[in-house]
Design a protein around this ligand. Structure first.
Ligand code: SF4
Length: 428
Protein backbone atom coordinates (compact mmCIF):
# COMPACT_ATOMS: atom_id res chain seq x y z
CA UNK A 1 0.00 0.00 0.00
CA UNK A 2 2.82 2.41 0.82
CA UNK A 3 4.41 1.77 -2.58
CA UNK A 4 1.07 2.31 -4.39
CA UNK A 5 0.64 5.58 -2.49
CA UNK A 6 4.16 6.80 -3.31
CA UNK A 7 3.63 5.97 -6.99
CA UNK A 8 0.37 7.90 -6.78
CA UNK A 9 2.28 11.00 -5.71
CA UNK A 10 1.85 10.77 -1.93
CA UNK A 11 4.62 11.23 0.58
CA UNK A 12 4.87 8.80 3.52
CA UNK A 13 5.75 10.43 6.86
CA UNK A 14 6.89 8.61 9.97
CA UNK A 15 4.73 10.36 12.59
CA UNK A 16 0.91 10.37 12.46
CA UNK A 17 0.91 13.99 13.73
CA UNK A 18 2.64 15.05 10.49
CA UNK A 19 0.16 13.30 8.19
CA UNK A 20 -2.66 14.87 6.27
CA UNK A 21 -4.31 11.46 5.87
CA UNK A 22 -3.78 8.66 8.38
CA UNK A 23 -4.18 5.08 7.19
CA UNK A 24 -4.56 2.34 9.80
CA UNK A 25 -4.02 -1.17 8.46
CA UNK A 26 -5.80 -3.62 10.76
CA UNK A 27 -5.86 -7.23 11.91
CA UNK A 28 -8.86 -9.28 13.01
CA UNK A 29 -7.31 -12.68 13.73
CA UNK A 30 -8.06 -12.91 17.44
CA UNK A 31 -9.56 -10.67 20.11
CA UNK A 32 -6.29 -8.97 21.23
CA UNK A 33 -5.50 -8.11 17.59
CA UNK A 34 -8.96 -6.59 17.11
CA UNK A 35 -8.65 -4.65 20.36
CA UNK A 36 -5.28 -3.29 19.31
CA UNK A 37 -6.65 -2.26 15.91
CA UNK A 38 -9.68 -0.52 17.43
CA UNK A 39 -7.59 1.24 20.11
CA UNK A 40 -5.33 2.56 17.36
CA UNK A 41 -8.32 3.80 15.31
CA UNK A 42 -9.64 5.70 18.37
CA UNK A 43 -6.17 7.10 19.10
CA UNK A 44 -5.89 8.40 15.54
CA UNK A 45 -9.50 9.66 15.57
CA UNK A 46 -8.45 11.88 18.47
CA UNK A 47 -5.81 13.51 16.21
CA UNK A 48 -8.51 14.16 13.64
CA UNK A 49 -10.80 15.73 16.26
CA UNK A 50 -7.91 17.98 17.33
CA UNK A 51 -7.54 19.05 13.69
CA UNK A 52 -4.07 17.47 13.36
CA UNK A 53 -5.13 15.42 10.30
CA UNK A 54 -7.87 15.81 7.73
CA UNK A 55 -8.76 12.25 6.83
CA UNK A 56 -8.78 8.87 8.50
CA UNK A 57 -8.71 5.65 6.46
CA UNK A 58 -9.04 2.12 7.89
CA UNK A 59 -7.86 -0.79 5.72
CA UNK A 60 -7.39 -4.54 5.92
CA UNK A 61 -9.02 -7.40 7.76
CA UNK A 62 -11.13 -5.49 10.29
CA UNK A 63 -13.23 -3.64 7.68
CA UNK A 64 -13.28 -6.76 5.52
CA UNK A 65 -14.98 -8.55 8.42
CA UNK A 66 -16.99 -5.82 10.14
CA UNK A 67 -17.28 -3.05 7.52
CA UNK A 68 -20.90 -2.03 8.08
CA UNK A 69 -20.78 -2.09 11.89
CA UNK A 70 -17.51 -0.15 11.99
CA UNK A 71 -19.01 2.59 9.80
CA UNK A 72 -21.77 3.15 12.33
CA UNK A 73 -19.57 2.86 15.42
CA UNK A 74 -16.68 5.08 14.28
CA UNK A 75 -18.06 8.06 12.33
CA UNK A 76 -14.63 9.77 12.39
CA UNK A 77 -13.37 7.32 9.76
CA UNK A 78 -13.76 8.67 6.23
CA UNK A 79 -12.98 5.52 4.30
CA UNK A 80 -12.98 1.76 4.95
CA UNK A 81 -11.11 -0.49 2.50
CA UNK A 82 -11.19 -4.30 2.57
CA UNK A 83 -8.29 -6.66 1.90
CA UNK A 84 -8.85 -6.70 -1.88
CA UNK A 85 -8.56 -2.94 -2.43
CA UNK A 86 -4.77 -2.50 -2.10
CA UNK A 87 -4.14 -1.53 -5.75
CA UNK A 88 -6.84 1.20 -5.56
CA UNK A 89 -5.68 2.90 -2.39
CA UNK A 90 -3.92 5.87 -4.03
CA UNK A 91 -6.92 6.66 -6.27
CA UNK A 92 -9.39 6.34 -3.42
CA UNK A 93 -7.34 8.52 -1.05
CA UNK A 94 -6.83 11.12 -3.81
CA UNK A 95 -10.56 11.25 -4.47
CA UNK A 96 -11.22 11.53 -0.72
CA UNK A 97 -8.86 14.52 -0.53
CA UNK A 98 -10.60 16.24 -3.43
CA UNK A 99 -14.07 15.99 -1.93
CA UNK A 100 -15.25 17.22 1.44
CA UNK A 101 -17.77 14.41 1.82
CA UNK A 102 -17.07 11.06 0.08
CA UNK A 103 -20.06 9.59 -1.76
CA UNK A 104 -19.09 6.10 -0.68
CA UNK A 105 -17.40 5.33 2.64
CA UNK A 106 -16.83 1.59 2.33
CA UNK A 107 -15.07 -0.36 -0.41
CA UNK A 108 -15.24 -3.97 0.63
CA UNK A 109 -15.21 -6.47 -2.19
CA UNK A 110 -14.02 -10.03 -2.64
CA UNK A 111 -10.76 -10.73 -0.77
CA UNK A 112 -8.96 -11.74 -3.94
CA UNK A 113 -5.82 -9.55 -4.03
CA UNK A 114 -2.60 -11.40 -4.81
CA UNK A 115 0.76 -9.64 -4.74
CA UNK A 116 2.88 -9.82 -7.87
CA UNK A 117 6.30 -8.54 -8.83
CA UNK A 118 4.87 -5.71 -10.94
CA UNK A 119 3.61 -4.14 -7.69
CA UNK A 120 6.36 -2.02 -6.23
CA UNK A 121 7.29 -2.56 -2.62
CA UNK A 122 8.55 -0.27 0.12
CA UNK A 123 10.17 -2.33 2.84
CA UNK A 124 9.04 -1.63 6.38
CA UNK A 125 11.61 -4.12 7.66
CA UNK A 126 15.32 -3.22 7.99
CA UNK A 127 17.03 -3.22 4.56
CA UNK A 128 18.84 -6.57 5.00
CA UNK A 129 15.71 -8.65 5.68
CA UNK A 130 12.35 -9.03 3.94
CA UNK A 131 9.23 -11.13 4.16
CA UNK A 132 8.30 -12.82 0.90
CA UNK A 133 4.63 -13.67 0.52
CA UNK A 134 4.41 -16.73 -1.73
CA UNK A 135 0.66 -17.33 -1.49
CA UNK A 136 -2.42 -15.67 -0.09
CA UNK A 137 -5.56 -16.91 1.65
CA UNK A 138 -6.29 -20.35 3.06
CA UNK A 139 -8.66 -23.19 2.18
CA UNK A 140 -8.08 -25.28 5.30
CA UNK A 141 -11.01 -24.14 7.42
CA UNK A 142 -9.66 -24.81 10.90
CA UNK A 143 -12.76 -24.45 13.05
CA UNK A 144 -11.44 -21.52 15.13
CA UNK A 145 -10.01 -19.43 12.31
CA UNK A 146 -11.47 -16.46 10.42
CA UNK A 147 -8.63 -16.15 7.91
CA UNK A 148 -10.42 -17.95 5.05
CA UNK A 149 -13.33 -15.49 5.54
CA UNK A 150 -11.20 -12.36 5.35
CA UNK A 151 -8.31 -13.37 3.07
CA UNK A 152 -10.15 -15.67 0.65
CA UNK A 153 -9.23 -19.10 -0.64
CA UNK A 154 -5.65 -20.30 -1.00
CA UNK A 155 -3.92 -19.00 -4.13
CA UNK A 156 -0.23 -19.25 -4.98
CA UNK A 157 1.88 -16.76 -6.86
CA UNK A 158 3.62 -17.97 -10.02
CA UNK A 159 7.12 -19.20 -9.22
CA UNK A 160 8.87 -17.00 -11.81
CA UNK A 161 7.07 -13.97 -10.39
CA UNK A 162 8.27 -14.78 -6.85
CA UNK A 163 11.81 -15.23 -8.14
CA UNK A 164 11.65 -11.87 -9.96
CA UNK A 165 10.64 -10.17 -6.73
CA UNK A 166 13.40 -11.96 -4.80
CA UNK A 167 15.99 -10.81 -7.35
CA UNK A 168 14.82 -7.23 -6.93
CA UNK A 169 15.01 -7.57 -3.15
CA UNK A 170 18.53 -9.03 -3.38
CA UNK A 171 19.62 -6.15 -5.62
CA UNK A 172 18.33 -3.76 -2.95
CA UNK A 173 20.57 -5.40 -0.33
CA UNK A 174 18.23 -7.95 1.24
CA UNK A 175 20.20 -10.90 2.62
CA UNK A 176 17.52 -12.73 4.60
CA UNK A 177 14.31 -13.88 2.92
CA UNK A 178 11.51 -14.95 5.24
CA UNK A 179 9.01 -17.12 3.40
CA UNK A 180 5.46 -16.38 4.50
CA UNK A 181 1.87 -17.23 3.57
CA UNK A 182 -1.12 -18.23 5.65
CA UNK A 183 0.13 -21.76 4.88
CA UNK A 184 3.43 -22.22 3.05
CA UNK A 185 3.50 -26.01 2.58
CA UNK A 186 0.64 -26.02 0.06
CA UNK A 187 2.57 -23.68 -2.22
CA UNK A 188 1.86 -24.40 -5.88
CA UNK A 189 -0.73 -27.17 -5.46
CA UNK A 190 -3.44 -24.86 -6.87
CA UNK A 191 -1.14 -24.19 -9.86
CA UNK A 192 -0.84 -27.91 -10.53
CA UNK A 193 2.66 -28.41 -9.06
CA UNK A 194 2.90 -31.73 -7.23
CA UNK A 195 5.80 -30.41 -5.20
CA UNK A 196 6.02 -26.63 -5.12
CA UNK A 197 7.80 -25.46 -2.02
CA UNK A 198 11.06 -27.43 -2.32
CA UNK A 199 11.77 -26.38 -5.92
CA UNK A 200 10.89 -22.78 -5.02
CA UNK A 201 13.31 -22.76 -2.08
CA UNK A 202 16.07 -24.28 -4.23
CA UNK A 203 15.55 -21.60 -6.90
CA UNK A 204 15.55 -18.78 -4.35
CA UNK A 205 18.83 -20.12 -2.97
CA UNK A 206 20.43 -19.64 -6.40
CA UNK A 207 19.85 -15.88 -6.28
CA UNK A 208 23.06 -13.97 -5.69
CA UNK A 209 23.10 -11.85 -2.54
CA UNK A 210 20.57 -13.95 -0.61
CA UNK A 211 22.38 -15.49 2.39
CA UNK A 212 19.58 -16.86 4.59
CA UNK A 213 16.16 -18.29 3.70
CA UNK A 214 13.76 -18.89 6.57
CA UNK A 215 10.51 -20.84 6.38
CA UNK A 216 7.45 -19.88 8.44
CA UNK A 217 3.87 -21.20 8.78
CA UNK A 218 4.18 -24.83 7.68
CA UNK A 219 1.23 -27.17 8.22
CA UNK A 220 2.32 -30.43 9.88
CA UNK A 221 0.17 -32.73 7.72
CA UNK A 222 1.70 -31.29 4.53
CA UNK A 223 5.36 -31.55 5.57
CA UNK A 224 7.38 -34.29 3.91
CA UNK A 225 10.88 -35.74 3.71
CA UNK A 226 11.57 -34.02 0.39
CA UNK A 227 11.17 -30.62 2.06
CA UNK A 228 13.32 -31.67 5.03
CA UNK A 229 16.05 -32.90 2.65
CA UNK A 230 15.92 -29.58 0.79
CA UNK A 231 16.34 -27.68 4.05
CA UNK A 232 19.22 -29.94 5.03
CA UNK A 233 20.99 -29.93 1.65
CA UNK A 234 20.72 -26.26 0.69
CA UNK A 235 23.16 -24.31 2.83
CA UNK A 236 21.34 -20.98 2.50
CA UNK A 237 18.10 -22.38 3.96
CA UNK A 238 18.19 -21.94 7.72
CA UNK A 239 17.85 -25.15 9.71
CA UNK A 240 14.75 -23.66 11.26
CA UNK A 241 11.11 -24.67 10.74
CA UNK A 242 8.00 -23.08 12.14
CA UNK A 243 5.43 -25.89 12.56
CA UNK A 244 2.28 -24.58 14.27
CA UNK A 245 0.75 -27.76 15.76
CA UNK A 246 -1.97 -25.94 17.80
CA UNK A 247 -2.61 -28.93 20.12
CA UNK A 248 -1.73 -32.60 20.57
CA UNK A 249 -4.91 -34.12 21.98
CA UNK A 250 -6.67 -36.05 19.21
CA UNK A 251 -10.15 -34.99 20.33
CA UNK A 252 -9.14 -31.31 20.28
CA UNK A 253 -7.30 -31.63 16.95
CA UNK A 254 -10.40 -33.20 15.46
CA UNK A 255 -12.76 -30.49 16.74
CA UNK A 256 -10.25 -27.89 15.51
CA UNK A 257 -10.71 -29.56 12.08
CA UNK A 258 -6.95 -29.97 11.79
CA UNK A 259 -5.63 -32.52 9.31
CA UNK A 260 -3.46 -35.18 10.96
CA UNK A 261 -3.57 -36.60 14.47
CA UNK A 262 -1.07 -36.68 17.32
CA UNK A 263 0.77 -39.64 15.77
CA UNK A 264 1.31 -37.75 12.53
CA UNK A 265 2.56 -34.64 14.35
CA UNK A 266 5.04 -36.66 16.42
CA UNK A 267 6.29 -38.53 13.34
CA UNK A 268 6.76 -35.32 11.37
CA UNK A 269 8.82 -33.82 14.18
CA UNK A 270 10.92 -36.99 14.51
CA UNK A 271 11.52 -37.02 10.72
CA UNK A 272 12.54 -33.36 10.71
CA UNK A 273 15.07 -34.00 13.47
CA UNK A 274 16.39 -37.16 11.82
CA UNK A 275 16.91 -35.54 8.41
CA UNK A 276 18.06 -32.12 9.68
CA UNK A 277 20.19 -32.78 12.79
CA UNK A 278 20.14 -29.78 15.11
CA UNK A 279 17.13 -28.16 13.40
CA UNK A 280 15.52 -25.36 15.43
CA UNK A 281 11.79 -25.99 15.72
CA UNK A 282 9.19 -23.39 16.53
CA UNK A 283 5.54 -24.11 17.21
CA UNK A 284 2.34 -22.26 18.15
CA UNK A 285 -0.31 -23.62 20.46
CA UNK A 286 -3.87 -22.71 21.38
CA UNK A 287 -4.87 -23.32 24.99
CA UNK A 288 -8.41 -23.24 26.35
CA UNK A 289 -10.06 -24.52 23.16
CA UNK A 290 -13.66 -25.68 23.85
CA UNK A 291 -13.59 -29.13 25.42
CA UNK A 292 -10.01 -28.83 26.70
CA UNK A 293 -10.40 -30.74 29.94
CA UNK A 294 -7.61 -30.84 32.51
CA UNK A 295 -6.61 -34.26 31.17
CA UNK A 296 -6.37 -32.95 27.60
CA UNK A 297 -4.35 -29.95 28.74
CA UNK A 298 -2.03 -32.24 30.71
CA UNK A 299 -1.47 -34.20 27.49
CA UNK A 300 -0.40 -30.96 25.78
CA UNK A 301 1.93 -30.08 28.64
CA UNK A 302 3.51 -33.56 28.56
CA UNK A 303 3.99 -33.20 24.79
CA UNK A 304 5.78 -29.87 25.27
CA UNK A 305 8.04 -31.46 27.93
CA UNK A 306 8.84 -34.45 25.72
CA UNK A 307 9.25 -32.66 22.40
CA UNK A 308 11.41 -29.79 23.63
CA UNK A 309 10.72 -27.24 20.92
CA UNK A 310 13.27 -24.45 20.62
CA UNK A 311 10.57 -21.76 20.48
CA UNK A 312 6.90 -21.88 21.48
CA UNK A 313 4.16 -19.28 21.09
CA UNK A 314 1.00 -19.86 23.14
CA UNK A 315 -2.34 -18.22 22.37
CA UNK A 316 -5.44 -18.30 24.53
CA UNK A 317 -8.38 -19.53 22.43
CA UNK A 318 -10.32 -16.53 21.14
CA UNK A 319 -14.02 -16.95 20.50
CA UNK A 320 -14.74 -15.64 16.99
CA UNK A 321 -18.27 -15.24 15.69
CA UNK A 322 -18.96 -17.00 12.41
CA UNK A 323 -16.55 -19.85 13.16
CA UNK A 324 -17.56 -23.45 13.86
CA UNK A 325 -15.61 -23.51 17.12
CA UNK A 326 -17.72 -20.68 18.50
CA UNK A 327 -20.75 -22.98 18.43
CA UNK A 328 -18.98 -25.88 20.19
CA UNK A 329 -19.96 -26.87 23.73
CA UNK A 330 -17.50 -26.74 26.62
CA UNK A 331 -16.08 -23.22 26.44
CA UNK A 332 -13.33 -22.61 29.00
CA UNK A 333 -13.29 -19.64 31.43
CA UNK A 334 -10.81 -16.89 30.52
CA UNK A 335 -9.02 -17.27 33.87
CA UNK A 336 -8.34 -20.96 33.13
CA UNK A 337 -7.03 -20.14 29.65
CA UNK A 338 -4.69 -17.56 31.15
CA UNK A 339 -3.48 -20.00 33.79
CA UNK A 340 -2.84 -22.72 31.21
CA UNK A 341 -0.95 -20.33 28.95
CA UNK A 342 1.23 -19.34 31.93
CA UNK A 343 1.95 -22.99 32.81
CA UNK A 344 3.14 -23.78 29.28
CA UNK A 345 5.22 -20.60 29.03
CA UNK A 346 6.89 -21.36 32.37
CA UNK A 347 7.69 -24.90 31.28
CA UNK A 348 9.00 -23.68 27.95
CA UNK A 349 11.26 -21.10 29.60
CA UNK A 350 13.10 -23.96 31.37
CA UNK A 351 13.36 -25.99 28.17
CA UNK A 352 14.49 -23.01 26.15
CA UNK A 353 17.17 -22.14 28.74
CA UNK A 354 18.52 -25.71 28.65
CA UNK A 355 18.58 -25.74 24.86
CA UNK A 356 20.28 -22.33 24.77
CA UNK A 357 22.88 -23.48 27.29
CA UNK A 358 23.61 -26.55 25.20
CA UNK A 359 24.60 -24.14 22.41
CA UNK A 360 27.42 -22.58 24.46
CA UNK A 361 30.70 -23.13 22.65
CA UNK A 362 29.07 -23.62 19.25
CA UNK A 363 29.82 -21.49 16.18
CA UNK A 364 27.00 -19.59 14.57
CA UNK A 365 26.38 -16.86 12.03
CA UNK A 366 24.74 -13.73 13.44
CA UNK A 367 23.10 -10.94 11.48
CA UNK A 368 23.92 -7.61 13.17
CA UNK A 369 20.69 -5.66 13.77
CA UNK A 370 21.43 -2.76 16.12
CA UNK A 371 23.84 -1.36 18.72
CA UNK A 372 23.53 -2.83 22.20
CA UNK A 373 23.25 -0.96 25.52
CA UNK A 374 24.21 -4.08 27.47
CA UNK A 375 27.65 -3.63 29.07
CA UNK A 376 30.24 -5.88 27.41
CA UNK A 377 28.22 -6.39 24.23
CA UNK A 378 28.45 -4.11 21.21
CA UNK A 379 25.52 -5.27 19.09
CA UNK A 380 22.21 -7.10 19.09
CA UNK A 381 21.61 -9.61 16.33
CA UNK A 382 19.97 -12.88 15.46
CA UNK A 383 21.28 -16.34 14.59
CA UNK A 384 19.84 -18.66 11.98
CA UNK A 385 17.87 -20.21 14.86
CA UNK A 386 16.10 -16.91 15.65
CA UNK A 387 13.35 -15.34 13.52
CA UNK A 388 12.75 -11.59 13.93
CA UNK A 389 10.27 -10.44 16.60
CA UNK A 390 9.02 -13.89 17.64
CA UNK A 391 12.16 -15.67 18.90
CA UNK A 392 15.01 -14.52 21.14
CA UNK A 393 17.96 -12.34 20.18
CA UNK A 394 21.74 -12.66 20.41
CA UNK A 395 23.98 -10.08 22.11
CA UNK A 396 27.26 -9.85 20.24
CA UNK A 397 30.75 -8.71 21.21
CA UNK A 398 32.47 -7.67 17.99
CA UNK A 399 34.75 -5.13 16.33
CA UNK A 400 33.08 -2.29 14.39
CA UNK A 401 30.31 -3.72 12.21
CA UNK A 402 27.67 -2.32 9.85
CA UNK A 403 24.00 -3.05 10.46
CA UNK A 404 23.06 -6.05 8.32
CA UNK A 405 26.54 -7.61 8.36
CA UNK A 406 26.55 -11.37 8.92
CA UNK A 407 29.30 -12.32 11.36
CA UNK A 408 30.71 -15.68 12.47
CA UNK A 409 30.51 -15.91 16.27
CA UNK A 410 30.94 -18.34 19.14
CA UNK A 411 28.15 -18.62 21.71
CA UNK A 412 29.59 -17.85 25.16
CA UNK A 413 26.54 -17.69 27.39
CA UNK A 414 22.73 -18.05 27.40
CA UNK A 415 19.59 -17.21 29.34
CA UNK A 416 15.93 -18.29 28.98
CA UNK A 417 15.42 -16.84 25.52
CA UNK A 418 18.57 -14.97 24.45
CA UNK A 419 22.12 -15.93 23.50
CA UNK A 420 25.41 -14.09 24.08
CA UNK A 421 28.19 -14.48 21.54
CA UNK A 422 31.63 -13.20 20.56
CA UNK A 423 32.92 -12.68 17.07
CA UNK A 424 35.47 -15.35 16.18
CA UNK A 425 38.94 -14.15 15.20
CA UNK A 426 38.45 -15.15 11.56
CA UNK A 427 35.28 -13.07 11.22
CA UNK A 428 32.97 -13.87 8.31
S1 SF4 B 1 -4.24 -23.36 8.33
FE1 SF4 B 1 -3.87 -21.46 9.49
S2 SF4 B 1 -4.78 -19.82 8.25
FE2 SF4 B 1 -5.59 -21.75 7.47
S3 SF4 B 1 -7.56 -22.01 8.52
FE3 SF4 B 1 -5.99 -23.12 9.72
S4 SF4 B 1 -5.24 -21.64 11.26
FE4 SF4 B 1 -6.38 -20.48 9.67
Amino acid sequence: MTAVLVEGGFEIVSLPQDADTIIINTCTFILPAKEESIDEIFRMAELKREGRCRHLVVTGCLPQRYGAILGEEIPEVDLFLGTGEIPRIADLVASLQRKKQPEQRSFIGKPDFLMNSSHSRLLSTPPYTAYLKIAEGCSNHCSYCVIPLVRGKFRSRQMDDILRETETLAQRGVKEIIIAAQETTLYGRDLGYTSGLSPLLREIALIEGIRWIRLLYTYPANLDDELFRTIHDVEKICNYIDIPVQHIDDGILSSMNRKGDSGLIKNVIADARKIIPGVALRTSLIVGFPGETQERFDRLLAFIRETRFDHVGVFEYSREEGTKADALPGHIPESVKELRRGIIMEEQALISREINQSLIGSLTEIVIEEKSDLPGYDYIGRSRRQAPDIDGITYVKAEEKAIGDIVECRVVSADDYDLFAEETAAGC
